[in-house]
Design a protein around this ligand. Structure first.
Ligand SMILES: O=C(NCCCCCn1ccc2cnccc21)c1cc(-c2ccc(F)cc2)cc(O)c1O
Ligand SMILES: [Mg+2]
Length: 214
């Protein structure tokens, strides 16, 4: 039967990158998506912005909502200090199976815990199931209509602390208007927009960085 795009992306990683070398994995995925088949990774341009936010923050506890093939998981995990932990949530079992292999190929499995399921189900269980107090950094890249409800859910579950940074992908394309309105007008957040482009295209997109003020 026909292979899926994530399966073809994984093959390209295993063929064109070096096991244990996260940068080569990132480059192989970007090359595949730019020259073979577009895929909804955060990409190299927005990925550089993600890198700078993570490097500046040096987070210990990271939550990623939306793993897909593990591209942004690898981008974030490769920058984390020893002992830091990234929990990444993926709803789609097929994507999760590919992402586990991409993360392992990059040699980052010790820093990453991939969980399969829906954010609405898992966010309320983070504390008791993973022993998490609060997150230092959250990367939102899942269903666009879940960014706002899940942010409110994280607030209500006490998972955010003064200074927690939320970074949201796709705030222009596909767009998350209700989320943007909330973080830009709420007195509980200091928000700023990083203008960029939709991965591997000329279309406008960007990342919204929002610091929770408590
Ligand atoms: O849809 C996008 N991502 C979400 C994929 C599904 C996530 C499912 N999921 C994962 C964890 C999880 C937890 N709970 C519930 C659900 C959960 C996306 C789309 C585009 C895009 C597509 C076409 C186009 F023409 C332009 C842009 C670009 C992006 O960068 C994207 O990220
Ligand atoms: Mg995205």
């Amino acid at each position: 039967t026909k292979s899926t795009r994530p399966q073809r992306l994984l093959k390209a990683v295993q063929k064109h990158s070096t096991r244990g070398d996260p940068q080569s994995v990132i480059s192989a995925i970007d090359h595949f998506c730019r020259h073979r088949e577009w895929a909804m990774n955060v990409g190299d341009e927005k990925g550089s912005i993600l890198d700078s936010v993570v490097s500046e923050l040096n987070p210990e506890k990271v939550l990623e909502l939306g793993t897909y093939c593990g591209y942004s998981t690898v981008r974030i995990a490769r920058l984390l200090p020893p002992g830091a932990r990234l929990i990444t949530l993926e709803f789609n079992a097929d994507y999760a199976a590919i992402a586990r292999q991409v993360i392992a190929w990059a040699g980052l499995e010790d820093k990453v815990q991939l969980v399969e399921g829906a954010s609405g189900d898992w966010i309320p269980r983070m504390k008791e199931h993973f022993g998490i107090e609060t997150f230092d950094f959250v990367f939102l890249d899942h269903w666009k209509d879940r960014y706002l409800p899940d942010t409110k859910l994280m607030e209500d579950c006490g998972l955010l602390r003064k200074g927690t940074v939320l970074l949201a992908d796709n705030v222009i394309c596909p767009g998350v208007p209700d989320y943007l309105e909330y973080v830009r007008n709420s007195l509980s957040y200091k928000s700023c927009y990083f203008k960029s482009h939709l991965e591997y295209t000329k279309a406008e997109d960007g990342l919204e960085k929002s610091v929770f003020l408590g």
